[in-house]
Design a protein. Sequence first.
Lengths: 191, 176
Amino acid sequence: MRSFVRFVFYLGLGAFIGLGSAWYVLENGISLDRVRMGPWVLRTDAGQPVADPYTSAYIARSGHIPLRLEGAMYFTATTASDGRELSGACSYVVSGPAPSGAWWSLSLHDPDGGLVENPARRYSFTSTTVFPENDGSFVISVAPRARAGNWLPAGSDGPFVLMLRIHGPDPRLVRDPASFVAPVIETEECP
Amino acid sequence: MRTGVFWLGLAVILGGIVHIAAMLVIPALAPKSGYSRIEATSEVNEPVVRGPAIPGGEPFPFSSPDTVYVICRFDVSDNPVRFTATLPLTYWSLALSETDGGNYYHTNSMQSLTGQPDLVVLGRGQEFEPTADQAVTRASGPRGLMILRIVLRDRSLEPTIKEAAAGAACAPLEIG
């Protein structure tokens, strides 16, 4: 009887370890294919027909339908360059050289991937809507209140995710994603 | 003591097996996968127009507020499927994805001879002789998703692009 109880206990412990670790990995988006560039993360296996199991599970669970790298590159940031979580209560300046590809956009999402309502009804800037600097680079303010120039409203006080997508990326970037010159996300003001 | 370590080791090994099994099963069973969501709101071989994403009206998570999507849940079990659209001058991409989200085919406006999407998707054992303007590829399985992403270069183009997207066709092709 005692052996049976012990068997059931360790069986339950094993199931708990297995399911718990699977849940933790998915909740935290852990995968084997993440390339980190400053605050930006790229999943190189996302959209690939044969992706690592962690990426496949993450994509299936998230509902996202990504293109493989040759079609589009999706960089996400949940923190500023100083490592602090992005918050709609703070103001940030996102700046960098124009990404090399057919078209790019920078959009602001809630942690579940939804867009965040804001009075200006502006949810992104793209290579065709951003006002570039003289050298072709871009500077975008992400802030709760209106700013001059390229202002992307945060919409709410909660945490948010920035997604930089490059459609038709430069083949050199596809071959060597780590060569991407990632935009800087500078925290300007945080109450 | 030894017996306790033995059982603990066994539990950790079992945990590893459960972990791996869960990771392998999730892509096939996830109720909110991209394919499941589309499946619930569309018919086979009939294109649906979605987007551009707005708050509360996102076609799927992290969808773009600057893109109109034409999505076709295709089935090539019996016949090939031909996808066509006539679009204004803008960047577009056309992709085929497996039911678990793997993207195994991709083309875009810069690779197209005519600047317009015209793709024939073949099932197993099916043959088709394309014209010079057509692209042809073989599906990785009987079912999948075809997604045309049309970039909105400017907000003012949204009505024009939506109208063009509504005219897209994704129909079985009768072959002799």
